[in-house]
Write a protein that binds this ligand. Structure first.
Ligand code: NOJ
Length: 745
């Protein structure tokens, strides 16, 4: 055994011993082992660790794959530290074997993949999941998705997306948790816990909150577009979910494509080093987005990939996804004195640290068990977990005369619309290995639910092409029925990356179809399927009921049928504001007041001359088949110091006929303050379930951190002053009270 083998052998032994203790927090200290590995590495080997390459698309867990010669060569030469899009136990095992037996230092590879809402068992899109407001469920969803990925060779998912999105034209709103920073931060932490489990033990994988930072603030909602926001908005609105993810133990972060105020994130030292590492003590590593280092050339800030590489590594960006700017240029940049070896060393250490924490040095093949891959993916347990999330994500937007749940006496139901029986669309964006054959559509769900009823189906029209329509069959089906279920909305690929829309109305001839069906005089229950909030004033006015089902994944149809029949009582709450028209965008509940808040009788106030400034449905909104009454709002202390926590209690009574869940929401307003504050800010919530007639006193908490904000000197403080509290069923809650913060000690 030569010296190199000896060192590696002792590292493997040590790290296997550490693995047993991996459950403990904080992380075991691997710095000595990292030193040992580093001592074996040439500068080339180090630069290789910073290089991530894409294996290409289309490799499913069950499909045979062959490894291209180019990839083999790269691994053997130690020129790659990580792959993306290489998935499957067999493929990853083969690639890993080359790395740990034939590469110069035999360092295991890290395999990353976008598991955004499931690998094979497709869960609802993340925006839908956020409407559950249920952190336990979200954590369970993430851990179920992690388990499938783990058993399919995936070490690392590029998720969760924690970008706050206030502009529904931006297609990637579908991938996040909506417009609110507090809720978004809670969800970010829940998803990290679910994906990474207890310090990556068991069947868990590394998370990668993205896109750092403010990617959702793209001008005009156009993907990849310029972002120009103040440091205050950055810190108060866009950064907190990233901080929450880091605090929850996220091991990696992905930087965003956009610039902020003149500096693209990939070369933004303020973001990557000052904030992330120096302020937040992040100990993991940062990966670029796809070619985002190279794209700084198009941004006009780097002359070529070489300059881009220099700026990115010096800013603190550790791993280069697919630009190959590091592998091709860093050595020369070191020789030229533009990049120091210690900068490279630091990035390498961060990557090795994560590889140690994942246990790859003790068992590089722990994710590549082909037998488990054959048995542990796409099972009933995963499907049941998905169904629970899908049901809880449904948002009931309208229910005139309690038309829902459907009367048991109904015998003839017409199920109409381009989305009523479309499987692919229900997978939404990032369907990955989601199996369309396993998707249950709304039509199929209702047919299963009601075997004894007459259910007719008509397509009606295409989603997007106004010419492609067959209204006559749809009208016939409606005329022959007692009630119409109309499934309309967007194509599953109208949201997600690069899928911005200038109009967020329902596309094609679908609204015309709705109007044509109305003339049949039958009640119409609209089931919306969408990846973003939609502007649907005509539907809101004239439909009898509206259930927003988003893109619900493979169990969508079962969840819809359960909700329409009343076997499941809808309880989802919107996490994005629904506007009346695209022209109101951006529209979000936690806006500022302005010096001239909208007043109906004052022309010179902040309004539109052609439409109300109010939304169609506010943030936090969602109905139930039951009703809830809020009463007895009490605030523990009328005066507290800035270091104290206050509690707010409220009695919630289920005044309806169904056992049902409700999300009790608490908002605050700080006024006056040293800087202008939002009209309302969500600061706590609790999801409760009550039987008919049952009451519960819910206690909500306001601690100093929740009450603090960046003051006029940009210090994060809980300044003295009046706090108004609103509690209720959505962001328009009118039950309110006040207390005062008496000092700023
Ligand atoms: C680009 C996307 O912006 C990012 O979200 C994704 O993780 C990477 N591509 C890798 O697929």
């Amino acid at each position: 055994m030569n010296f190199r083998m000896l060192v590696l052998f002792s590292i493997l032994i040590c790290s296997s011993l550490m693995m047993g203790q991996n459950k403990a927090k904080p992380w075991p200290n691997y710095e000595h082992q990292i030193d040992s590995v580093m001592s074996l590495m040439s500068l080339d080997d180090k630069i290789g660790q910073l290089n991530q390459v894409a294996h290409g698309w289309g490799w499913g867990p069950t499909q045979p794959v062959s490894i291209g010669q180019d990839f083999k060569k790269l691994i053997k030469e130690g020129k790659v530290g990580s792959f993306l899009n290489a998935v499957g136990a067999k493929l990853t095992k083969e690639l890993q074997k080359i790395a740990v037996t034939e590469s110069p230092v035999k360092i295991p590879l890290l395999f990353g993949f976008d598991v955004i809402h499931g690998l094979q068992t497709t869960f609802p899109i993340p925006l839908a999941e956020s409407c559950t407001w249920d952190m336990d469920l979200i954590e369970k969803s993430a851990s179920t998705q992690a388990k499938e990925a783990y058993n399919c060779g995936v070490h690392w998912t590029f998720a969760p997306m924690v970008d706050i999105a206030r502009d529904p034209r931006w297609g990637r709103i579908a991938e996040g948790s909506g417009e609110d920073t507090y809720l978004g931060s809670q969800i970010a932490a829940a998803r990290i816990k679910g994906l990474q489990g207890d310090n990556l033990s068991g069947e868990h994988i590394i998370a990668c909150p993205k896109h750092f930072a403010a990617y959702g603030a793209a001008e005009g909602g156009r993907d990849y577009n310029t972002v120009d926001i103040s440091e205050r908005t950055l810190r108060e609105v866009y950064l907190p979910p990233f901080k929450a993810a880091v605090d929850a133990g996220a091991q990696t972060l992905m930087c965003s494509f956009n610039e902020i105020s003149g500096t693209p994130s990939s070369v933004n030292k303020h973001l990557l080093t000052d904030i992330l590492r120096n302020e937040w003590n992040f100990s993991g590593f940062i990966v670029s987005d796809w070619n985002s280092i190279g794209e700084t050339v198009a941004h006009g800030i780097s002359a070529d990939n070489k300059e881009a590489a220099k700026k990115a590594i010096n800013a603190g960006l550790d791993m280069d996804m697919e630009t190959r700017a590091y592998i091709n240029n860093l050595k020369d940049l070191v020789k030229e004195g533009e990049v120091s070896v210690s900068t490279i060393d630091e990035s390498v250490r961060r990557i090795l640290r994560v590889k140690f924490r994942l246990g790859l040095f003790s068992d590089p093949f722990r994710f590549c068990d082909e037998k488990k891959e054959a048995t542990e993916i796409g099972n009933a347990a995963e499907r049941a977990a998905a169904l629970e999330v899908t049901e809880n994500s449904l948002v009931l937007l309208k229910n005139k005369n309690n038309i829902l749940p459907l009367a048991k006496s109904l015998q003839k139901i017409a199920v109409i619309g381009p989305l009523a029986n479309s499987k692919r669309n229900l997978l939404g964006c990032w369907e990955q290995f989601g199996d369309t054959n396993k998707v249950v559509t709304a039509l199929e769900g209702l047919q299963k639910k009601y075997p004894g009823k007459e259910i007719t189906y008509a397509f009606g029209c295409s989603i997007n092409n106004p010419e492609e329509r067959d209204f006559s069959a749809a009208i016939k089906a409606a005329n022959e029925s007692e009630l119409v279920v109309l499934a309309i909305g967007e194509d599953g690929h109208f949201s997600g990356e690069a899928s911005a829309r200038t109009s967020i109305e329902i596309p094609g001839a679908q609204t015309a179809l709705f109007e044509a069906l109305r003339k049949c005089g039958k009640p119409i229950v609209v089931v919306l399927m969408n990846g973003r909030p939609l502007a649907i004033p005509a539907i809101e006015k004239n439909a009898d009921a509206i259930l927003d089902a988003w893109f619900g994944g493979i169990t969508a149809g079962d969840a819809i049928a359960n909700a329409l029949s009343g076997d499941f009582v809808p309880c989802g709450k919107l996490t994005t504001t629904f506007p009346l028209a695209t022209g109101q965008v951006p529209i979000y509940y936690n806006h500022k007041n302005t010096g001239r808040p909208a007043q109906p009788d004052n022309f010179f106030s902040s309004k539109y001359i052609d439409l109300s400034e109010k939304p169609l449905f506010p943030f936090g909104y969602g109905l139930s088949y039951s009703t809830f009454e809020y009463s007895d709002l009490k605030i523990d202390d009328k005066n507290i110091s800035s270091a104290e926590t206050n509690h707010v209690t409220v009695k919630v009574t289920n005044t309806g006929k169904y056992k049902a869940s409700e999300v009790v929401q608490l908002y605050i307003n700080r006024n006056p303050a040293s800087v202008t504050r939002p009209v309302r800010e969500l600061k706590d919530f609790q999801k409760i379930t009550l039987n008919p007639g049952e009451s519960k006193t819910v206690t909500l908490e306001l601690n100093p951190e929740k009450l603090s904000f960046y003051n006029d000197k940009m210090e994060f403080r809980n300044e003295p002053g009046k706090v108004t509290v609103f509690v209720g069923t959505n962001s328009l809650a009118d039950l309110s009270g006040q207390f005062t913060i008496t000092n700023s000690k």
